[in-house]
Design a protein. Structure first.
Length: 202
């Protein structure tokens, strides 16, 4: 699996690049993980509802083709886009979602943080506060989009939305849950390792 570190990227350009990669790949194309941060943006998934943006904001709002509802991306949040051929791996999208969630749970355990999933609400939670969101798009058996995990960021923009469509849902971040020194690059390396190992096992 190829890993690409892309730094701080505008959302729209990255989305278009993911679509192009997925449309142009063939059965021999190597899977890729794209590692990045985004400039501040609110994104609506295919199930997104306007009423889940609950207050006015200057942050751009973009409707996308990923699964799920509304979320926020910004600097200090680790985003990993998973460009994976599910057909080649012989797994379904539910299994891929489970792999992503399990990888985040394992990552947090490295920092002594106990986390969990919620039925009907994809993502990873710590004491009912959401720390990681995910949403995938599958085209011809191949995924794009992926996951985001709050590492060391400004959480205040979440006040403008019902995160993932749930009114009153709290959010948290890794920096506020551990006494360990937090480095986005270190967290990135750890989560990449978890994802690659868990994909290989399945």
């Amino acid at each position: 699996m190829k890993v690409k570190f892309l730094g701080l990227q505008p959302y729209l350009d990255t989305w278009k690049n993911m679509q192009a990669f997925t449309s142009n790949r063939d059965t021999n194309t190597e899977d890729e993980l794209w590692i990045l941060e985004h400039h501040a943006v609110i994104t609506q998934g295919i199930s997104g509802k306007k009423e889940n943006i609950i207050s006015a904001t200057n942050i751009p709002v973009i409707s996308t083709d990923r699964g799920g509802q509304v979320t926020y991306h910004g600097p200090g949040q680790l985003v990993i886009y998973c460009l994976i051929d599910l057909k080649r791996l012989n797994i379904g999208v539910k299994k891929m979602v489970s792999i992503i969630e399990y990888s985040v749970i394992n990552l947090l355990a490295l920092y002594g943080i106990k986390s969990n999933t919620k039925k009907g609400a994809p993502g990873v939670y710590v004491c009912d506060s959401k720390i990681a969101a995910l949403g995938l798009k599958v085209k011809n058996g191949r995924t794009y989009h992926g996951l985001s995990i709050n590492v060391d960021m400004d959480l205040s923009p979440y006040q403008h939305i019902n995160p993932c469509g749930y009114s009153g849902m709290k959010v948290t971040q890794l920096k506020d849950l551990t006494d360990n020194t937090i480095s986005l690059s270190k967290v990135s390396d750890q989560l990449i390792k978890e994802l690659i190992n868990n994909v290989a096992r399945n």
